[in-house]
Ligand binder design. Structure first.
Ligand code: GDP
Length: 197
């Protein structure tokens, strides 16, 4: 897919104020610092579109970016902040789960996983919750340039294996790097395919 335009549309703290659900959208989510903003900027080739390295847990916003005037990238607040209070965590849960559960134009949840790490409980729990809700999702492994491909492959295999305890089939996955642009064509082709169907 060729990206002709990518524009920030709005930031919301309330699900009721989101844009009308008239265009397909793809929600990007993961632990704080997983490389979500960098990935969004890499996919759209727009450096400052999503802000990188913001103070974790500061603002809990749902950001909508319109791509090619045709579909939305939705930037969801990251989960798993070490220094966030319990009540804030609960707010996050309610807010995001409400969005994911109710959004009729949501095509797929893109769950970002740091390819350098062994499977993390919080990521597995989140995937399991998506599965319970019957929400379609894929895995996007980030920061693949940070280690050799063997290590990445091992971590990918471990994560998929860990998911197999609850899922009959592991979800589709992509290995990406915002530094080298690895995986960009593949992720965009995946989205284009759904948009056309
Ligand atoms: P977010 O909190 O998930 O939005 O993560 P950011 O996109 O802000 O990235 C967190 C840190 O990881 C920043 O210092 C980025 O420069 C770095 N980073 C993100 N993606 C990559 C990548 O693919 N490769 C490398 N080497 N660094 C990355």
């Amino acid at each position: 897919m060729i990206i002709k335009s990518a524009d920030f549309i709005c930031s919301n703290t309330q699900v009721s104020k989101l844009p009308l659900p008239l265009k397909p959208e793809y929600a990007f989510i993961g632990r704080s610092n997983v490389g979500k903003s960098s990935l969004i900027n890499m996919l759209t080739q727009k450096k400052g579109l999503a802000k990188t390295s913001q103070t974790p847990g500061k603002t809990q916003l749902i950001n909508h970016f319109l791509v090619n005037e045709d579909w939305y990238i939705v930037d969801l607040p990251g989960y798993g902040y070490a220094r966030i209070s319990k009540s804030k965590k609960e707010d996050w849960d309610k807010f995001i789960r409400n969005y994911l559960d109710k959004r009729e134009s949501l095509q797929c949840v893109m769950v970002l996983i740091d390819s350098r790490l062994e499977p993390q409980k919080i990521d597995l729990a989140f995937c399991n919750w998506l599965g319970e809700k019957g929400l379609p999702f894929i895995l996007i492994f980030t920061k693949a340039d940070k280690q050799g491909s063997l290590k990445t492959d091992q971590n990918v295999a471990k994560f998929r294996k860990a998911l197999m305890t609850t899922f009959e089939e592991a979800p589709q996955h992509f290995v990406t790097s915002s530094e080298t642009q690895a995986g960009r064509d593949e992720v965009l082709a995946f989205i284009a395919n759904i948009n056309q169907s």
